[in-house]
Design a protein around this ligand. Structure first.
Ligand code: ADP
Ligand code: MG
Length: 389
């Protein structure tokens, strides 16, 4: 059978692809250009701190704007260097500094030096040229939470050690409360300028998707309701453009897999289920140990009584499981907090029920399927075995 061609260029829908146009981000791009443009006049741009919930275009806008600025600089014979680090991938002082060195032309061994030494090398390499170096620390909250703000502190002071070079820092975060973790001195120098990215609404997401889908899909393959539906669903999910694009891409992939000639609403519905399933599995898979043990407890209880268990019952099973895993149990109060966390993440469902004259009690059940739980624990043999118990 000759399968219909669904995609012209699927890569245009990938999250790391930067399109030539970024609809509805004009004001943010303008602001960023204004803050960073002094680099083209050989002055140091202010540091800037960018924040907004995930999928609001922070990374895309920053890369896009720096690329434009760099092109303009090249035209004028002005050298700009861009060192871009994703602190979620490189989340130690050493990795961040090593990555910065490499991006401005140094070579750092994977391990073996102290981070102080890597920092010295960074300063040395930076000093060997002139002009502006933009240091972009994307998802910088990951670094701070894991390693503290020492590197950030050093970087905000580094200009004192430089001669003909200037460093300007662009810090990006999804975590709006992140500045609370920072030393006030770091906060004020990083936040010389601040830029907020608001979530997209449904009609903005529609424009974004339409733009990107035009060249990604074959002609007339997308049914008219598809883009609208993907945009509406992602708008409910705090206006996340990444989610909207994922929905559209996965919908197309499902249509392709089924050998359908067009992408329709049913594909989007299926795509949403699939994405949600992956999200849940990933959330559970990366949870801390005690949350996982709590989930195992909920699972064990649920296999006996499908409506779930009271907090007392849960704690009893949980302490039993911690013994079997050879770890100390957390306090009942702490476990209560973890239950609330699971509830908020949509992994468990806690409800208060009336027990007649015995008063009210909280009953908690697991909201994820047995199959998802199996997938989420598959890479840990002991847990996987426990899921079946
Ligand atoms: P953030 O860094 O805020 O989490 P990203 O910049 O990674 O978000 O954006 C998520 C995805 O959505 C990326 O694929 C990006 O290219 C795309 N995107 C975001 N905003 C726009 C826009 N205005 N136009 C086109 N694509 C966009
Ligand atoms: Mg980002």
């Amino acid at each position: 059978m000759l399968a219909a061609k669904i995609f012209l260029d699927r890569d245009l829908l990938r999250p790391d692809y930067i399109p030539d146009e970024l609809p509805h981000r004009g004001p943010q791009i303008l602001r960023l250009v204004k803050v960073l443009a002094p680099a083209l006049k050989d002055a140091r741009p202010s540091n800037i701190f960018i924040y907004g919930v995930p999928g609001t275009g922070k990374t895309a806008v920053t890369k896009y704007t720096l690329k434009r600025l760099n092109m303009e600089g090249e035209g004028k014979g002005i050298s700009l260097k861009i060192a871009f680090v994703n602190c979620k991938h490189d989340d130690t002082d050493y990795r961040v500094l090593a990555e910065l060195c490499e991006q401005i032309g140094g070579r750092i061994p994977f391990t073996g030096l102290s981070s102080a030494e890597v920092y010295r090398r960074f300063v040395k390499i930076a000093n060997s040229s002139s002009g502006t170096i933009f240091v972009v620390l994307d998802e910088v909250d990951s670094l701070i939470k894991k390693a503290g703000d020492e590197v950030l502190y050093k970087l905000t002071r580094v200009n004192n050690q430089l001669k003909d070079t200037r460093i300007s820092i662009i810090g990006i975060t999804n975590d709006l409360k992140f500045t609370e973790y920072l030393d006030p001195r770091v906060r004020s120098s990083l936040g010389e300028e601040e830029l907020v990215f608001p979530p997209y609404n449904a009609s903005e997401l529609e424009d974004i998707l339409r733009d990107r889908s035009n060249r990604a899909f074959a002609n007339l393959v997308l049914r008219p309701e598809v883009v609208k539906l993907c945009a509406a669903l992602a708008a409910k999910d705090h206006g996340d453009a990444r989610r909207a694009l994922d929905l559209l891409r996965v919908s197309g992939e499902l249509a392709e897999r089924d050998g359908d000639i067009s992408v329709a609403e049913e594909h989007v519905r299926k795509a949403q289920k699939e994405i949600e399933r992956d999200r849940v599995v990933e959330v559970v898979r990366t949870m801390p140990l005690h949350s996982k043990l709590l989930i195992l407890s909920l699972n064990a209880i649920q296999r006996r009584s499908p409506s779930g268990g009271t907090t007392g019952e849960i704690y009893e099973v949980y302490t039993q499981i911690t013994k079997e895993f050879g770890v100390d149990a957390l306090t009942q109060r702490r476990v209560g907090d973890l239950v609330n966390e699971l509830d908020m993440l949509g992994i468990a469902n806690a409800r208060v029920v009336s027990k007649g004259r015995y008063g009210r009690t909280k009953v908690v059940s697991l909201s994820i399927s047995y199959r998802n739980l199996q997938d989420a624990t598959a890479d840990d043999a002991r847990m996987a075995a426990y899921v079946h118990k």
